[in-house]
Design a protein around this ligand. Structure first.
Ligand SMILES: [Zn+2]
Length: 491
């Protein structure tokens, strides 16, 4: 504010006590002191609150297995509807959508050439079955998908392919995408070259004996750049293609042992059997709840997580945590004396793991909704450590001001970081230019457990859930109160 404006203001408001006098610099620009205080009170209350833990514990108890289309998927839907209603959301409803289903049956791999060593194996998601009786064949080893792509058909024909690329451990999870191409795309390359089946080292950073499942992609063109691109491309492509072979992941411990066998140069023969079911077209659900805005109800801030989970574990981390954190955060905002200006819409997305299918159905059905800002919770197991913007440059300072409420918790702010609203918001980002942010979770340990039988409630700290809920509650409240618009980063 320049001096002339101060004089204009003083002239317009002639009776001011000393303490009411406008200051040259106020501590906040975009939000009132009252709004900031309300956000801080939400933050503090959420950190003392245990309801997120209770919600997560309930979800994984009533619906531990909730792959899209499974019986547990409907149980989880009913649980979420009942919860949102009991938590006082103003509107609660279910969006049904259709998808091509998939169900795991069994997988086994025995190294016949080496003492009938049994490998710990799980099917990759959406894998077809091996022919009846399985396949028994020599195994050919490649370090990476690129190595397989460079091989000749005569190298691969009639063999089982093993790709051993190892995921790197990184706090931001960026080791996932480069390794994951073996899981998402390897099967099509094997099929093209006349191979019989695909085995991969688990896409995970652990050293345990639980193999990691995860979705395969079908019918892609070009190399996806990131995990999110892979998931999104899977969603928009046919769920099952013609060009495929059965595929499984072996545990990292067994992958080490198996890889070592190849160093001897001896021929390695494996008997592999993978059985899965294709139930055809099935129904799954997005569960939606809103607290309706007091001033601009048609402007929607969207948050949530995905309620489906791979059937190997119970999905406590991926993504029961996200479902519970955001549900409780919105519920706490709903308990304030007054609703925020904008509507906050919570979505428990279905069928994320089978390829963002609930997210895609949501974006199609609600294309006419004015989504002003989005943030999902679907990454990391520990505390949120940073806020990263996914808005255009002019709105970055608004998030910077919001970050000052999170800063006392120890959450950092990096205006230059590249945030992303979340995988289930991807169709809205790419299709409708949704703006948003990331509350970055710590991915250091995430991929030890991701998509395995080890994704269970005992890995999660109640205090971390409360902490993350506090961050989401404070951020969502302020975004829903903010007078201005947010534009997306240009992508
Ligand atoms: Zn997830």
């Amino acid at each position: 504010m320049n001096t002339r404006n101060i004089f204009a203001l003083l002239a317009a408001v002639p009776i001011l006590s000393a303490c009411d006098a406008p200051k040259e610099e106020t501590s906040t620009t975009y939000f009132s002191a009252e709004q900031m205080a309300t956000a801080a009170s939400l933050r503090d209350a959420a950190q003392e609150d245990s309801d997120t833990w209770v919600l997560l514990e309930e979800l994984v108890s009533v619906a531990p297995k909730r792959l899209a289309g499974s019986p547990g998927d409907s149980v989880a839907r009913d649980w979420a509807v009942a919860k949102l209603e009991s938590l006082g959301f103003d509107r609660v409803w279910v969006q049904e959508f259709q998808l091509r289903g998939w169900a795991r049956e069994s997988a086994s791999a025995t190294v016949l050439s080496h003492d009938n060593l049994d490998l710990d194996i799980t099917s990759l998601g959406k894998s077809v079955s091996t022919p009846a009786g399985g396949v028994t064949a020599e195994v050919i080893h490649f370090g990476t998908l690129a190595d397989l792509e460079a091989a000749t058909e005569s190298d691969v024909e009639g063999k089982i392919v093993f790709i051993s690329n190892r995921m790197e451990r990184k706090k931001d999870g960026s080791g996932y995408g480069p390794a994951n191409v073996a899981r998402s795309r390897g099967h099509e390359v094997v099929a093209r070259k006349g191979g019989l089946a695909l085995l991969i080292r688990s896409i995970g950073t652990d050293n345990h004996d639980a193999p990691h499942t995860g979705g395969m992609s079908y019918g892609e063109s070009g190399a996806p750049q990131t995990e999110l691109d892979i998931a999104y491309e899977a969603a928009i492509s046919a769920p099952y293609g013609e060009e495929t072979v059965a595929a499984g992941a072996i545990s990292n411990i067994d992958a080490d042992a198996f890889e070592a066998l190849f160093e001897s140069g001896e021929e390695i023969t494996v008997a592999l059997e993978i059985r899965n079911n294709d139930p055809g077209e099935i129904t799954s659900y997005n569960i939606i709840g809103e607290i309706v805005g007091s001033e601009r109800p048609d402007e929607v801030v969207i948050t949530g997580g995905h309620i489906d989970a791979w059937d190997t574990g119970v999905g406590a981390m991926d993504d029961g945590m996200g479902v519970a954190i955001t549900m409780n955060a919105v519920s706490m905002i709903g308990e304030l004396a007054q609703r925020p200006a904008r509507t906050i819409r919570y979505v428990a997305f279905g069928a994320e793991e089978l390829g963002l299918l609930g997210a895609k159905a949501y974006a199609e059905a609600y294309a006419d909704v004015d989504h002003v800002f989005g943030i999902e919770s679907d990454f990391g197991i520990g505390k949120v450590w940073r806020l990263s913007p996914a808005v255009s440059a002019d709105a970055v300072p608004v998030l910077g001001e919001i970050a000052t409420v999170l800063e006392p918790m120890g959450i950092g702010w990096d205006p230059g970081a590249s945030g992303f609203p979340g995988p289930d918001l991807r169709p809205l980002v790419t299709g409708a230019g949704l703006a948003g942010a990331s509350l970055n979770g710590d991915g250091t340990l995430y991929f030890d457990l991701h998509h395995t039988a080890e994704d269970t409630l005992d890995k999660i700290e109640a205090s971390d859930l409360a902490y993350n809920t506090a961050a989401y509650a404070a951020l969502l409240y302020l975004v829903a109160e903010y007078d201005g618009r947010f534009d997306a980063t240009s992508q």
